[in-house]
Design a protein around this ligand. Structure first.
Ligand code: FIX
Ligand code: ZN
Length: 421
């Protein structure tokens, strides 16, 4: 090895050590506090029936979609295993993720024996298994996605439970913003005096609803995923509710608003949860929000690759915008690599390059192993470029930077502003 290759290998090792030793605060997942019982998914059948893998299985599935959906979860998982792991090599990112996870858990996948893998999972105790997965993933806290509109989730909050501090809450409000006409009657039944018309009384009641739920769940932020057609300002109910109820609520309670932009729901409804797609968002709407509401904080991720650059440029203009995550269809190594490098080059360490979006507990292991490796590579290259200028980076500085990328920058952004003297 020549001198420069040796220097580069030593730098790569130091960065890898820092990134792997830094605990992650995973800022968006679909996991649940263990107190939610079966809502917290884990184990091989949930790993295999992840909607990313369901979508991939339909590429090979011969027959009507309903035939697949009529199967039990176990039979769906077996079919997915057969198609994506036995009949074809499991090279997609979601397939590879299952193998990274099983391997990290110490399971031997070389025999390709699904029955013995199932047997191993059947012997795990949920309580200790949660800790094992978090430790293997190097994750200290996960933020849940908590919807008062979910009939399975709502009663658990209403009844109350002892919180596991590792599971933090975010208030998800998609039905409120994107399906107001269906949601208003529901809120009315729950005792909020709203009408389809967004009159001042309705707006006040929506704010009361948001305040009740933010308090009940201890929300760290509010969140919505938006279709490509989202516009702001606009006369739509979505834009009106955002402006008149949601953003004032966020300001009053010092809570950021997360916007996940660019999802086209039910592009193919026969695929159910696997049937959502992507579209280009109009980021002028985001620009208008950031400029029009400087007292609000926006956490933003975009689904379309083509929106990533404009989002970074907007973040250079607006301090109330925090960019996060490589979401869903961008959560593949080639795009994570591209997007993370672009963000580092344009907005440095003032962003959160990744969240897991895990729906199944064990996925934390692969999502974070894969992401940590990509973050390590990108950072190593950036430090290496600095070394060319004779700027030497210390281990403490590397650890500081890694901590920012894995949750620290997010915390700093969300922290309520100090009152001005
Ligand atoms: O809107 C969201 O939070 C998305 O992440 C989900 O709707 C989606 O199903 C998903 O799991 C993507 O990773
Ligand atoms: Zn999500």
């Amino acid at each position: 090895m020549n001198d420069s290759a040796a220097a580069r290998a030593s730098l790569a090792r130091r960065v890898a050590e820092a990134v792997s030793a830094t605990p992650v605060r995973d800022i968006h997942t679909h996991l649940y506090d263990p107190a939610f019982g079966e809502l917290l998914l884990w184990g091989i059948d949930d790993l295999l029936t992840y909607h990313y893998l369901v979508a991939e299985t339909f590429r090979y599935f011969d027959g009507p979609e309903e035939k697949f959906w009529a199967l039990s979860k176990t039979d769906q998982a077996t079919l997915i295993w057969d198609q994506l792991f036995l009949e074809h090599s499991p090279i997609s990112e979601a397939c590879r993720g299952v193998l990274t996870t099983l391997n990290a858990l110490g399971l031997d996948t070389r025999r390709r024996d699904l029955a013995s893998i199932r047997q191993w999972f059947a012997e795990q105790q949920p309580g200790t298994y949660v800790t094992r997965c978090l430790e293997l993933a190097g994750v200290s806290t996960v933020c849940m996605t908590n919807s008062p509109f979910d009939d399975l989730e709502r009663p658990v909050w209403e009844k109350g439970f002892t919180r596991d501090e590792r599971f933090q809450a975010a208030l998800r409000i998609d039905p409120l913003l994107v399906a107001w006409n269906d949601t208003a009657p529901m809120m009315k039944r729950w005792g909020y005096d709203v009408s389809p018309d967004l009159n001042p009384r309705t707006i006040n009641e929506v704010r009361r609803f948001l305040a009740d739920w933010s308090r009940r769940i201890g929300a760290r932020y509010l969140m919505v995923s938006l279709p490509p057609a989202f516009d702001f300002p606009s006369g739509t109910e979505c834009a009106q509710l955002l402006e008149k109820a949601v953003l004032p609520h966020c300001r009053e309670h010092g809570l950021p608003m997360a916007l996940m932009m660019g999802v086209k729901r039910a592009v193919n409804p026969a695929l159910r949860m696997a049937g959502d797609g992507v579209g280009l968002s109009n980021l002028s709407a985001l620009q208008n929000l950031c400029a029009g509401f400087p007292e609000n904080k926006f956490l933003v991720t975009v689904l379309a690759r083509e929106n990533q650059h404009e989002l970074c440029v907007l973040a250079r203009k607006f301090r109330n915008l925090h960019v996060f995550g490589c979401w869903w269809f961008t959560n593949v190594p080639s795009l994570i690599d591209e997007i993370t490098r672009m963000r580092l080059e344009l907005i440095g360490l003032s962003m959160t390059p990744q969240h897991s979006d895990a729906r199944v507990l064990d996925q934390l292991i692969y999502k974070w192993r894969h992401s940590r490796a990509l973050i390590t590579d990108a950072l190593t290259d950036k430090y290496s470029d600095l070394q060319q200028t004779s700027w030497e980076i210390s281990d403490a500085e590397i650890r500081r930077d890694a901590a920012l990328l894995l949750g620290g920058a997010f915390d700093a952004f969300c922290k309520p502003a100090q009152p001005r003297s």
